[in-house]
Design a protein around this ligand. Structure first.
Ligand code: GLV
Length: 317
C-alpha cells in the first residue's frame, strides 16, 4: 500500500476513503504545517495530498524526499505549487477540476450581486438597526442590462456567464482563444484585455493564477475600465494589485469590489476595510459539502490513478 501525507484535514468520509486506499498520514489537528515540518513528515511517503494553503515553492520541492512521486492538490488552482520545480524532480502534480465549477460560479455570482447591490452596507445597517427607508436609501447598481466582462472564460467563467445572462446581463469575455459558439452562448469575444475592460461595467476575474497574471489588474489596466465599474475576483488574489484597487475605490473610479480571494490570505489589506463598498468573503468558492467531498475524493482518485497507471488525466505539469 502506498503511503500518503495529507497535509490538511478533509471531511471525515474522505479521510476514511483515503485510509482505505492508502496508508494515510492524517493531520487531525488541521495544523498549518511549516515548510520544514511538511518536508519532515513527507519522509517515507510516496505522495502528498496538499491544499492551497501549502506553499510548495522551488526550495520546498527540492527538499522533498526522493520517494515523493506525486503532489495531488486539493484545489483546481495550483498557483501554490512550482510546477517546473516539480517537473524537474519528476514529481507529477494534479488538481481537481470540474467538480467545483458550480459551487465556485455560485460564489462568483454572489460577489457580483453583493458588490453591485451594496450587500456589505445593507447587512451592517440591518444588524445595527435604526436605518430609515427612503427612496434613495442604499441605491445600488442594477445588473439587468449591465455589461459583464469575464476575464478567463474557462469552466467557472462559462457558468458565471450562463447565470449572469439569465439575470439580464450582457456578456463579454477575454480568453487566450475564442471559444466555440456552443460554449460562448452569445458572449462577445475580445482578443485583448484592454478591449474587454473598456466594456466591463462589472468585471468578473476567473482566470488561473500564473506568472503572467500576477497584478494583471493594476494601476494602468484599472484605467481602461469605465468610471464607476465594479470589480469582482473569484480566482486568485495575486491577479489584483490591491494598493491600486484601494486607490481606485478612493477616487471613485471603481464603485465597488467583490472579492472572495485576495493577496496574503487570510490577512486582508486594511485599506479595503475603509470602504463600505468592499464586499469581501474568506475564500468560500468551493465551500459546500458536496463539492468539498467531490474534490477530496478526486484528489484521492488522482493519486490512485497515478500509482495504478503511471499517469493521471488531471496531471497539470
Ligand atoms: C479554490 O480556490 C481552488 O482552487 O480549488
Amino acid at each position: 500500500m502506498k503511503k500518503i501525507l495529507i497535509t490538511r484535514r478533509l471531511l471525515r468520509s474522505c479521510e476514511e476513503k483515503a485510509e482505505k486506499t492508502f496508508k494515510a498520514n492524517l493531520n487531525l489537528n488541521d495544523e498549518l504545517y511549516s515548510q520544514k515540518k511538511l518536508i519532515e513528515l513527507s519522509e517515507g511517503c510516496d505522495g502528498l495530498l496538499s491544499s492551497l494553503t501549502d506553499k510548495l515553492d522551488t526550495e520546498t520541492i527540492s527538499k522533498l524526499p526522493e520517494s515523493i512521486k506525486i503532489i495531488s492538490n486539493f484545489a483546481v488552482g495550483f498557483g501554490n505549487i512550482d510546477l517546473e520545480a516539480a517537473k524537474k524532480r519528476d514529481i507529477a502534480v494534479t488538481n481537481t477540476p470540474e467538480v467545483l465549477t458550480d459551487a465556485t460560479a455560485e460564489i462568483g455570482v454572489l460577489l457580483i450581486l453583493g458588490a453591485c447591490r451594496r450587500a456589505s452596507e445593507g447587512i451592517a445597517s440591518a444588524r445595527e438597526g435604526g436605518w430609515k427607508w427612503s427612496a434613495d436609501y442604499l441605491i445600488g447598481k442594477q445588473l439587468t442590462g449591465a455589461r459583464l466582462g469575464i476575464l478567463g472564460m474557462g469552466r467557472i467563467g462559462q457558468k458565471i456567464a450562463k447565470i449572469a445572462k439569465s439575470l439580464g446581463m450582457v456578456i463579454h469575455y477575454h480568453n487566450r482563444s475564442k471559444l466555440s459558439g456552443d460554449k460562448e452562448q452569445g458572449a462577445i469575444y475580445h482578443n485583448n484585455l484592454k478591449d474587454l475592460l473598456s466594456v466591463s461595467d462589472v468585471l468578473s476575474i476567473c482566470c488561473p493564477a500564473s506568472k503572467e497574471t500576477v497584478d494583471m489588474i493594476n494601476k494602468d489596466t484599472i484605467e481602461y475600465l469605465p468610471k464607476g465599474a465594479v470589480v469582482t475576483n473569484v480566482a486568485r488574489g495575486d491577479i489584483v494589485d490591491d494598493e491600486a484597487m484601494i486607490d481606485a475605490l478612493e477616487r471613485r473610479k471603481i464603485y465597488a469590489v467583490g472579492l472572495d480571494v485576495y493577496k496574503n490570505e487570510p490577512n486582508l489589506n486594511p485599506g479595503y476595510l475603509k470602504h463600505k463598498s468592499a464586499f469581501i468573503l474568506p475564500h468560500l468558492g468551493s465551500a459546500t459539502k458536496d463539492t468539498r467531498t467531490a474534490m477530496a475524493n478526486l484528489a484521492i482518485d488522482n493519486i490512485d490513478e497515478f500509482f495504478n497507471t503511471g499517469n493521471c488525466k488531471n496531471k497539470v505539469n
